[in-house]
Design a protein around this ligand. Structure first.
Ligand code: SF4
Length: 346
């Protein structure tokens, strides 16, 4: 079927009501930017799941970064989007204004240059992300060890998707299928989602990020409804088994651990932590267990799990805007609330 026919089918669909979830922040952004919800029939609903790494990072983690930034001879190094995420009492940008040492970088490897130029300071990288990003931290760690750099640590909040999707499926929300995460699938391979597809009799379609690729994925989900199958429509980047080299490097330095997700809580085996033998490079990641949010009215947890739309939140577009975010989902350019606000997705 060509894209015109697919678009027409999805616009005119008049069958049973269906809800599909995307669990990749880049898909969330692409769906909004391409205006896909406005193309779909009212009977096909797209829900954004926990696919934005910043959005699922708990306040406890932000609090730890703030504390580290205020310690003597310590500097926190982070990507820019984490700096505005509220902790339980303040965000990193407020800590910076109080004298906390925080450096924003575009690449984690910039930390090596910083650490080599200032050996009296311990540089702590805020390492958040999913299966896509963990290999980068493994490469970074390999370099740190090779170059015998003693003043770099990682504060990790690394997550893995399958256990989180498993938890979502058990939470009882209406989900008829998943747009499987594109970037994550490049590393894990499409087969990663087979056990979940079979366990819950739900289709998983691996999709690229262009508008027409997403429409083709949604069309496939409609056609596969009720079938526990994985379909890979992103074969230019995703294989059945993924990137074995990247997985081996990750397994050299990291091991599965329980992880706490913002709004969901602790999920067994849903994270990756540095192995015990590399604990010297860890800034205390395993102690982060609380999900204490600052603004109790923030519904990030319900938004991340698909139980609420951002528009259902009483703070949306009022007290909470991208300029004044009250929750992580409004901060990140992969967050659902941000995209509902920017692109008027409703
Ligand atoms: Fe949280 Fe703001 Fe989203 Fe409401 S609109 S759920 S306060 S991020």
């Amino acid at each position: 079927m060509n894209i015109t026919d697919i678009t027409e089918f999805l616009s005119n669909y008049d069958g049973e009501e269906l809800s599909f979830m995307e669990v990749c922040g880049t898909h969330t952004a692409a769906i909004s930017e391409n205006g896909i919800p406005s193309i779909l029939s009212k009977k096909i609903k797209l829900i954004s799941g926990p696919g934005c790494p910043v959005c699922v990072t708990v306040a406890d983690y932000i609090d730890r970064l703030c504390t580290l930034a205020l310690e003597d001879n310590t500097c926190v190094v982070t990507f820019g989007d984490l700096i505005r995420v509220p902790g339980s009492s303040s965000a990193l940008q407020e800590t910076k204004s109080k004298g906390g040492r925080i450096r924003m970088v575009y690449s984690p490897f910039e930390i090596i240059d910083l650490a080599e130029k200032d050996t009296d300071t311990t540089y702590v990288f805020a390492a958040v992300g999913f299966e896509t990003t963990t290999p980068i931290y493994a490469v970074l760690l390999e370099k740190i060890i090779e170059e015998n750099i003693k003043n770099i640590r990682l504060l990790t909040a690394l997550k893995t998707m399958p256990a989180a999707i498993d938890t979502l499926c058990q939470m009882g929300g209406r989900i008829d299928g998943f747009i499987a995460p594109g970037h994550v699938s490049v590393i894990t391979g499409a087969n990663e989602f087979k056990p979940l597809a079979e366990k819950y009799n739900l289709p998983f379609v691996v999709s690229g990020f262009k508008g027409e690729e997403l429409l083709a994925a949604i069309y496939a989900l409609v056609k596969l409804k009720g079938q526990g199958k994985v379909l890979n429509l992103y074969k230019s980047a995703v294989t059945d088994t993924g990137n074995e080299k990247a997985k081996a490097l990750v397994n050299k330095y990291f091991e599965p651990c329980d992880a706490v997700w913002r709004g969901i809580g602790k999920i067994a085996n849903s994270g990756m932590a540095l192995k015990k033998e590399y604990a010297v490079y860890d800034a205390g990641s395993r102690e982060l267990i609380h999900d204490n949010v600052k603004n109790k009215k923030c519904r990030c947890g319900e938004v991340i799990t698909g139980f609420s739309s951002p528009c259902d939140c009483p703070l949306f577009a009022k007290a909470c805007t991208p300029e004044n975010p009250q929750g992580a989902c409004m901060v990140s350019n992969e967050g659902s609330c941000f995209h509902y606000y920017i692109n008027n997705r409703g």
